[in-house]
Structures are given as structure tokens and as C-alpha cells.
Design a protein around this ligand. Structure first.
Ligand SMILES: CC(C)(COP(=O)(O)OP(=O)(O)OC[C@H]1O[C@@H](n2cnc3c(N)ncnc32)[C@H](O)[C@@H]1OP(=O)(O)O)[C@@H](O)C(=O)NCCC(=O)NCCS
Length: 443
């Protein structure tokens, strides 16, 4: 275990913060990793994990090169309390990439496994861990942090804004399910084991094609290969895989799905994952799922909020969608680096005033876009009226083009100067992306 000298102590002397990499199950340091994994599980109210599940989780963490942070009580607790070897708070991060539109992959600091045990909550542990972590990521030169949230009320205070949405859809797959457009390529039933190389290869293409996409962690490959059922961590004998082949035979999409069982009415297929690198693959896979004999419904929890399927169907009402929920939250750490990393749909020039309660990125910035390329200048002092004033959470929300600055203007989150009422629309046009932003990765 690597101790960070000196340990952070949110309540003087009571806690120690340790940061370390996951240890292999054969390593003498494995018990620390295992207790950390069990603490995360405990924090999300899940059943205790089997030892094999813990070892598998640690192995996947090593592939992802996650940094694990644990907060430990310094002394033994009262009799009967959970062991002091188990952290009272957990936090993890890993470095992946974010598609900021037009295939531009930006380094991203992904935050995950955030838990504070109930008997230690609301004492500032999360605030301390998050503030330290974001400052370290910024010091490393990473322009943006990201997370997915258990509750929508926690992370705005740390500068995170909602950047993409997803929604649960229930699709009737009876005779009403017919695409109004021709499909190209074909779909084959595939061996789950074939997904060990195929899933990451197909995802890499989808990642480059989808604004808002975040690169995936190792678990996803093992899910697709049937080697890691989401709740048990064991083999997944009910998993079915369909792979879409383009007209030249190249695999360019896959769907992972599972039958709910004959005791469930109407007969339902749960769509666990659908990754498509091309529109042909997306519609081809839906055409396949919509024509599974004996099945009357396909349910997918992670459908895009702006879903081409709805437009491709003859009867769009076969898709019943729940209200879209927040999915990817972004937190720009370095305004200049983040904005200059993007490609822009329209040229223009704007002065932004950015507020940031954590002090990481506050200031005045001039964004000038010529031929789709931005130059961002940090202004020591305003050179006239700021055209747009906004919090870093709101700039992060609009960053990958999945949320419109015009909506945030109407919501009172963005303010425009009196002389520039059109500035939010101008920013929306500049930030427009080549296809609807969507994040396929939960972490
Ligand atoms: C959410 C959680 C990590 C918060 O940890 P914590 O140490 O109690 O948080 P802190 O004491 O550092 O609180 C920091 C701030 O967030 C606020 N906050 C914390 N949890 C909140 C919640 N669930 N909803 C709204 N605000 C919350 C606090 O009021 C505090 O506000 P302030 O500093 O602006 O006054 C903890 O309650 C938890 O583990 N929950 C269950 C697991 C979970 O949902 N994890 C998040 C996964 S994305």
C-alpha cells in the first residue's frame, strides 16, 4: 500500500487517506484491495461478494489501472464495529478518453466507486476526497473529469454538469415492429467467447463515432463474453450475442441480450448492451431484435435519449420511452485545454465569464473559432462586457454538444450580457456535433 505523505485528515487525527493500485489476488497486499472492494459493495447496499467475485474485480481494476482511495479510521472501533481494515469511504479514478465530437478523443479523468459509510456520512469526507482528486487531475494536465451519479443532487457543487442523457425503452416486437427503411449488412448469432477480441474492437469504432462516448473499462468485455454476469460476477449462461456484419463482412456492431424466462408475461428479452459503430449496425441489430420468434417485448435501460430507431420505424409508438435521465456528468478542469481540444461546427467569437466554486477554472476567457479550430485566451480582467456568464458545471454540460446553451439560458443557468442576447444561440451553433451525443459507458 502506498501512503500519501502526509495523510489527509478531514477530522484531525481521526482518519487517514491511502491511495493505491489494486493488488493481484496472489499478492500479500491483496487483503487491502479486497476490503476496499467489499467497502464499495457495502456502500451501495449490495449483498456480500464471493471471494472469486472480489478477485475478479481486482483483476479488472488492474487492467483499467485504477487508482483506489480509501479513508480509514486511525484507531480500532467499538466492539462489534466493522473492521478498521475496511475503509469508511472509497473513491476511485481511472484515465480514459472522452469523445468531444467529430472523433476528437480528449483525455478524461473518470471518477467512480464513491461511497461514504452511513456512520461516517455528512462530515465532509466526500468533499475532501473530491476536491483533492480534482486538483490532482488538473495538476496532471487532464482537461476534464467525468462520472455517472447515483443521485442528481450531489455533484453540481463540485462543478459537474449533466452532459448526456439516456432512457429506458420498452419496444413491442410483435407484428407492429417494422422498419420503414432498408437495412444493410446482416446479423449473425455469435459465441459469447468471440467477444473477447470483438467487443473492444467494435466499441473502439463506436467510441470514435459517438460524441459524449467514454472509453470502456475491462468489465464490459467480460460481460459481453459471458464471463461476468452483472450481479453474481460468475458465468452468464443466459447471455445471447448478435453481431452485425457490414456488407463487406466487417463486424461493426453487437447486441447482448437475455431472455427473462417463460414465467414472465409477455415474453421479454432484456437488451443488456447494444454497441453500433454505424447507423446500419444500429438499425440492423434492432431489426434482428424486433423479429425474435416468441418474443413480444425488448426492454433496454440504456437507450439514447435521441434515438434513431423511433424515426426508422413505420409505427414509432412501438417504442414506449420513460423520461430521459442524466447519464454522463462532466467537469472541465482546464477551460483552455478543453475548449481548444474540440472541433467547432461554426466559427465565431465569444467572451465567457466562468464561475467555479472550487477555484480550478474560474475567470474570463475569449473563445475565438476560425475554420473550426479554437484559440482560447485567459483574460486577466474582463475587456468589456462578458457575452456569456456561466458556472463551470454549465460549460461542462454543453461541452460535447448534448445539452443546448439555449436551454440553460432559458433555465436561468446561463446569463447573457444586455448587448448579446443571441450569445447562447451562437455558442449552441459553435458546439453542435455531427450526431446526437450519447454515452454508452456506465462507470
Ligand atoms: C453521497 C455520499 C458519497 C456523500 O458523502 P458524504 O461524505 O456524506 O458527503 P459530504 O459530507 O462530504 O458532503 C459534501 C456536500 O455534499 C452534500 N451531499 C452529500 N450527499 C448528498 C446527497 N445524497 N444529496 C445531496 N447532497 C449531498 C452535503 O450536504 C455537502 O454539501 P456542502 O458541502 O455543499 O454543504 C454518501 O452519502 C454515500 O456514500 N451515499 C451512498 C452511495 C452513493 O450514492 N454514492 C455516490 C455514487 S455516484
Amino acid at each position: 500500500m502506498t501512503e500519501v505523505p502526509p495523510p489527509s485528515t478531514p477530522e484531525a487525527g481521526r482518519y487517514e487517506v491511502h491511495r493505491f493500485q489494486a493488488a493481484d489476488s496472489a499478492s500479500p497486499e491483496f487483503p487491502t484491495t479486497a476490503e476496499w472492494i467489499r467497502a464499495v459493495n457495502y456502500g451501495f447496499y449490495k449483498k456480500a461478494l464471493a471471494d472469486t467475485h472480489v478477485a475478479k474485480t481486482a483483476a479488472a481494476y488492474r487492467v483499467d489501472d485504477r487508482e483506489l482511495t480509501g479513508v480509514y479510521e486511525t484507531g480500532p472501533g467499538p466492539e462489534g464495529a466493522l473492521s478498521s481494515d475496511r475503509p469508511v469511504a472509497t473513491f476511485a479514478s481511472m484515465r480514459k478518453t472522452l469523445n468531444a465530437g467529430y472523433g476528437r478523443l480528449v483525455p478524461a479523468h473518470l471518477v467512480t466507486a464513491v461511497t461514504v459509510r452511513t456512520d461516517h456520512r455528512r462530515r465532509g469526507l466526500l468533499r475532501r476526497l473530491m476536491a483533492e482528486d480534482l486538483a490532482r487531475a488538473k495538476a496532471d494536465g487532464v482537461p476534464v473529469a467525468a462520472l455517472t451519479a447515483s443521485e442528481a443532487s450531489i455533484y453540481r457543487r463540485f462543478g459537474y454538469g449533466v452532459a448526456t442523457h439516456e432512457r429506458r425503452v420498452t419496444v413491442s416486437t410483435g407484428p407492429r415492429f417494422r422498419l420503414a427503411v432498408p437495412t444493410r449488412g446482416k446479423v449473425i448469432a455469435a459465441e459469447p467467447a468471440a467477444m473477447l477480441p470483438l467487443a473492444p474492437a467494435i466499441f473502439a469504432r463506436a467510441h470514435r463515432a459517438t460524441p459524449g462516448s467514454v472509453d470502456r473499462q475491462e468489465q464490459y468485455t467480460l460481460h459481453a463474453a459471458g464471463q461476468w454476469e452483472r450481479s453474481s460476477g460468475g458465468e452468464d449462461p443466459g447471455l445471447r450475442i448478435a453481431v452485425h456484419l457490414a456488407e463487406d463482412g466487417t463486424p461493426d456492431g453487437y447486441a447482448a441480450y437475455r431472455f427473462r424466462g417463460w414465467s414472465h408475461e409477455p415474453p421479454t428479452m432484456d437488451l443488456l448492451d447494444l454497441v453500433a459503430a454505424t447507423p446500419d449496425a444500429y438499425l440492423g441489430l434492432w431489426d434482428f431484435l424486433g423479429s425474435l420468434d416468441l418474443i413480444e417485448r425488448v426492454v433496454w435501460d440504456e437507450a439514447p435519449a435521441d434515438d434513431p430507431l423511433v424515426w426508422a420505424l413505420e409505427d414509432s409508438r412501438v417504442v414506449r420511452a420513460e423520461t430521459a435521465r442524466d447519464m454522463l456528468w462532466l467537469r472541465i478542469l482546464d477551460v483552455r485545454a478543453a475548449l481548444e481540444a474540440r472541433h467547432y461546427a461554426h466559427d465565431g467569437e465569444l467572451t465567457l465569464r466562468v464561475d467555479d466554486a472550487l477555484g480550478l477554472s474560474a475567470g474570463y476567457y475569449r473563445l475565438a473559432v476560425v475554420d473550426g479550430t479554437a484559440t482560447v485566451e485567459a483574460l486577466g480582467a474582463p475587456d468589456g462586457e462578458a457575452l456569456l456568464s456561466l458556472d463551470i458545471a454549465d460549460l461542462s454540460s454543453v461541452y460535447v454538444g448534448g445539452v443546448s446553451p439555449v436551454s440553460l439560458l432559458q433555465a436561468g443557468r446561463i446569463r447573457t450580457g444586455e448587448s448579446s442576447p443571441e450569445a447562447a444561440l451562437a455558442l449552441a451553433q459553435m458546439l453542435a456535433v455531427e450526431r446526437p451525443a450519447h454515452c454508452l459507458t456506465h462507470f
